[in-house]
Design a protein around this ligand. Sequence first.
Ligand code: PXL
Length: 292
Amino acid sequence: MHIGSNNKKIVAVHDLSGVGRVSLMVAIPILSTMGFQVCPLPTAILSGHTQFPTFSFLDLTDEMERIIVQWKKLGMKFDAFYTGYLGSPRQAAIVSEFIADFSTEETPVIVDPVLGDNGKLYTSITEEMVVAMRQLIAHADLITPNMTELFFLLGKPYEEIISEDKLKAYLKELSETGPSIVIVTSVPIANDPTKTSVYAYDKDSHRYWRITCPYLPAHYPGTGDTFTSVITGAILQGDSLPMAMERATQFILQAIRATFGYDTSMQEGIMLEKVLHNLELPLQVSTYEKID
Ligand code: PXL
């Protein structure tokens, strides 16, 4: 009898930021806890994320090419690709080529198009990066923009609150550029500041999903990375799209609640360490809705 390892390998294409709990420092613990082997392809090394008042930044574009060459020589195979914050626009083309070379039709490609928040691009993200990100999402199966990123990717002026019908049309429009699933996070609800929602469109089944959860008046960097990491793990474990959304949303809420009670600076991010073990528990309740 041969007992083979069936641990899946996930390539994680994100930056490594020393402080602030974003990117690889979120993706690695979450996906490891969920039972996957994470293989980092680092895009940049920073002292901390770019929402700190100052930070160092080492662009790893050239090194990424060298890493990919070695993986190719070794005949490495991966079970999924998960990309986030890129260090330069050129990396979008490098990553697209890498994915085309190393994947099959069945390999899931998850792209978190990290560009900005609150209607603005992050410091260090340029218009050129927006164009590059549009090219990268064309190769993705599933993408997770927040509201700001949704507007930048579509090239439309940012609106804080839009009707559900308009949002549905925008999700469909973005899916037509490539990805079969588009999940948009941090959608405000008109006339109800106590709640926030997550919407998804699944192009293949023409279905829309919605999750509504309590809004906590706190804004921590890295929650988008946390959300997409849990989505990636849940989908690879075999969850349906709405159940994956449910797990990711509930996990973020637990993490924010675990953090909010302390008097820490928001720049330090959410206290993942306190809630990681929850990823090993089954969901007790679910609140997702299918919408028409
Ligand atoms: O969480 C998104 C993110 C990732 N990586 C870096 C960032 C940010 C958001 O500010 O600065 C370096």
